[in-house]
Write a protein that binds this ligand. Structure first.
Ligand code: COA
Length: 201
């Protein structure tokens, strides 16, 4: 599926997405997926959390924790793990809001550039908005341009830079968006994934 170019509809710009999600399914994470999620995490990111952390996130936030699975092998090949922060300071207004936090996202190397992270992120954002989040944010390495490009497509802005955020001393950008600025993009991606039967309840 392709949304071509940056299309402007009623003042809203819609980025282009090219999906190749053949032979994949995406669903909420199940207990038996945790080992696969940890494998993908170890292969894709230097931030390797403990098994306890993954299990705790699963216990508390399983409704906003998504995995992509290769149907041929049954292997987890990507995940997006998220959390919710109640009554937190808004990035955009002088008030407190409910925030969704994209905590960890990774797709195995051989599966990249097929729209899998876009699909996982859109489903995660949709689920967090459904749970009442007003804003969604994340931290990303200042050097991680691929991930930043992904977030820019969903209308995230860089709202802060945190010096030495990562264990190796690299700074993080905090990127954030709010519902009204991105829900039309999220809706389009989620509708496509549901129509194609890639998302399994
Ligand atoms: N270079 C530049 N932009 C890139 C990119 C790359 N190598 N990979 C992805 N992007 C951007 C592009 O804008 C892309 O849209 P396009 O293909 O239409 O140009 C957009 O992201 C969406 O790509 P998508 O196919 O959905 O992403 P993916 O499934 O390849 O996964 C990551 C992207 C970042 C999750 C993946 O590269 C990864 O797992 N990286 C290591 C872990 C990581 O950095 N996680 C995020 C931490 S904050």
């Amino acid at each position: 599926m392709v949304f071509r170019g940056i299309v402007t509809v009623m003042g809203l710009s819609i980025p282009s997405f090219q999906f190749n999600l053949d032979n994949l399914l995406i669903r909420k994470c199940r207990f038996e997926d945790i080992g696969g999620v940890i494998y993908v995490n170890r292969k894709t990111l230097p931030e390797n959390y403990s098994e306890y952390l993954f299990l705790s996130m699963f216990r508390v936030f399983r409704d906003i924790f998504f995995v992509a699975i290769d149907k041929s092998s049954g292997q987890v090949i990507g995940y997006c793990m998220n959390k919710i922060e109640e009554n937190a300071r808004s990035f955009f207004y002088n008030r407190n809001v409910k925030k969704g936090h994209v905590f960890s996202l990774g797709v195995l190397k051989g599966y990249r550039r097929r729209g899998i992270a876009s699909a996982l992120l859109a489903l995660s954002m949709d689920a967090m908005f459904m749970m009442g989040c007003d804003e969604i944010f994340l931290e990303v390495r200042v050097s991680n341009k691929p991930a930043q490009n992904l977030y820019f497509k969903f209308n995230y802005d860089i709202v802060a830079r945190v010096p030495h955020y990562y264990a190796d001393g690299e700074d993080a950008f905090v990127m954030a968006t709010e519902k009204r600025r991105c829900e039309y993009i999220v809706d389009q991606v989620v509708s496509y994934i549901r129509r194609q039967g890639i998302y399994v309840e």
